[in-house]
Design a protein around this ligand. Structure first.
Ligand code: NAD
Length: 281
């Protein structure tokens, strides 16, 4: 029986710590504001944006909402970002992805000032992470490190295997585990003998985007398994990239879906907004 790593509870603790910090800032006349931009009406994106705004409200961060129509041009979006970059009362700028097809995501990510890039997607912040300099770190992998830390999972010297090499999860995850002195292997769709590689892991982070792909035969007895995936099944329930009922009896600890990595992503976004006070100065 694995220990269940409760991301909902840990994220709540983090949000409460941040709430206190924000109140202290407010007493000293410092207010934090996050600009949230949503283009179009993708239902999943609307839910994510709504949850981010709710978290801002809870913590005491002012959220400025920009809900733009699907047909918004790239130029219009870039103009808005430029205005927000120049606005000293705005600490963070978040553009909810994915964007409509006629807008180039890369261009938009680069347009956000690295000092306001609370998602940690700008090449300058990604580069800073790689060489261990201060900057914003992508929220999902940062949240996973925090989950491990607050669950007393030691990373130093451990075999860490990440499945997936996306820019927002897999790659930064590998770098962060390395920064914590883990021995890191990043695997992907071309990895040979994936099962064998995964079976070496003391800590297995799964970010593949394939519902319930990882079963017990990928997992070493007692390993810590972190499931990043999130999918809605036909019956309406959520599941991850890990087949929870198969893996849970083998793992030492495991994150559930929902209630594992997801809530941590938002908590770390809030942390990045609060950290903007020191990073902006
Ligand atoms: P992505 O599609 O960008 O990347 C998937 C990665 O998995 C790729 O690097 C690919 O090489 C690898 N992959 C695909 N098939 C594979 C296979 N058969 N074997 C080994 N590797 C394979 O996805 P992403 O953005 O990194 O997201 C991964 C999952 O995490 C998705 O389900 C996404 O919805 C979820 N996600 C959750 C959160 C959260 O807050 N919980 C945040 C971001 C992403």
């Amino acid at each position: 029986m694995a220990t269940i790593i409760d991301g909902k509870k840990i994220s709540q603790t983090i949000k409460d710590e941040l709430k206190e910090k924000v109140a202290e800032y407010k007493q000293n006349g410092v207010e934090i504001a996050l600009a949230v931009i949503l283009v179009g009406n993708d239902p999943a994106s609307s839910v994510y944006v709504g949850n981010k705004k709710k978290a801002c409200e809870y913590i005491g961060i002012r959220s400025l909402s920009y809900e733009l129509p699907e047909e918004t041009s790239e130029e219009e979006l870039l103009t808005l970002i430029d205005t927000l970059n120049k606005d000293d009362s705005v600490n963070g700028i978040l553009v909810q992805l994915p964007l409509p097809k006629h807008i180039e995501e890369k261009k938009v990510i680069r347009a956000i000032s690295p000092k306001k890039d609370v998602d940690g997607f700008h090449p300058e912040n990604v580069g800073a992470l790689l060489i261990g300099e201060p900057g914003y770190v992508s929220c999902t992998p940062a949240g996973i490190i925090e989950l491990l830390r607050r669950s007393n999972v030691e990373i130093e010297g451990k075999e860490c295997v990440v499945i997936g090499r996306s820019n927002i999860v897999g790659k930064p995850m590998g770098v962060l585990l390395l920064r914590e002195n883990g021995t890191v292997t990043v695997t992907h769709s071309r990895t040979k003998d994936l099962k064998e590689v995964c079976k070496r892991a003391d800590i297995l982070v799964v970010a593949i985007g394939k519902p319930m792909m990882i079963t017990a035969d990928y997992v070493k007895e007692g390993a810590v398994v972190i499931d990043v995936g999130i999918h809605r099944k036909e019956d309406g329930k959520l599941c991850g990239d890990v087949d929870f009922s198969s893996v849970e009896p083998v793992a030492g600890a495991i994150t559930p879906v929902p209630g594992g990595v997801g809530p941590m992503t938002i908590a770390m976004l809030m942390k990045n907004c609060v950290d903007s006070i020191s990073l902006l100065s």
